[in-house]
Design a binder for this molecule. Sequence first.
Ligand code: NAI
Length: 350
Amino acid sequence: MENIIKVAFFDSKPYDKKYFNAEIQNKNIEIKYFKDRLTEESVKLAEGYDAVCVFVKDDVNENVINTLHKYGIRLIALRCAGYNNVHLKTAYKRIHTVRVPAYSPYAVAEHAAALALTLNRKTHRAYFRTRDSNFNIDGLMGFDMHGKTAGVIGTGKIGQILIKILTGFGMKVIASDPFPDEKIAEKLGFEYADMDRLFRTSDLISLHCPLTAETRHLINKNTIEKMKDHVMIINTSRGLLINTADLIAALKTGKIGAAGLDVYEEEDEYFFEDFSGTFLTDDVLARLLSFNNVLITSHQAFFTNEAMTNISGTTVSNIIDYFEKDELPNEVCYFCDVKPCPKKNGGKCF
Ligand code: NAI
């Protein structure tokens, strides 16, 4: 019998165990679930394993990678698409990193649309009113999405699906991406525009680009100034795309009319955890939550049955493919944001 592949699984939640345990049935793989996030303090838990499995809040920084390498860990298996929390430069040529490139772009795009519809028609507030026998509709007025302009930043898998949804509402969609795909634009019926025009003309702006050095704080005081008054901002990508202090300032003046946030700059401490028995110490998050035109969800855009099935399925095959076949179809590396990718034919990065 071949050696069992031993995986240290960090930041595990009950729903992870349910889907991953079902996936590893009758496979040559054993998972030890740790509730801890992977950090410089918890990395010692990984000693003796072959691979680590991590999610968005695990901090796979230079020191953590150096220690994992010392322990002989050969694979970092991200069970998400984003890889900004892994210091790929340090991992390069030492530990391979794999991810789940797409688990359900529909889940995320549909959640972005849900945030926009809720904020526009204020159903989050109507729910509480009618439950309290208050049937007054004053203050709940929205606008027709039909005929308005949506600006979509990033026209990858999720951005394209959202564009289809928004054009279905009858919105005019403009989009920005450093790698425009004119064929897709023609097929889906949207137009590429530079970022400046997108900021100046959009009634709704939705972010679907990755977090990179270039996109960090893409939404800031200067870019907000260019936007239309009362614009709606939706962010289901990464919290650091928005400078939260600048967002709050613009919400206070009414420049920004509404914000739907599934991600937040400092989400690591709070998101995915239950603080209902205590209080928030993050004054910025508390301020955001105090606006009735801000809707925050806890990084749940991906969270559908279909996505969890794809996440567990792809992650387990990523691990088995590497250890049993030396194949890495979903590898990411230091050069991933360079297009065209220098990796040859979708093979290994190094
Ligand atoms: P993708 O890789 O298919 O598309 C990203 C697009 O952004 C690409 O077309 C790329 O060229 C473009 N882009 C790169 N730099 C840009 C820039 N400076 N300005 C405008 N566009 C730029 O990725 P996908 O699957 O569409 O995911 C997008 C993001 O959504 C991920 O990076 C991740 O951060 C986030 N995400 C959030 C989830 C959640 O649960 N909230 C779940 C899954 C992904």
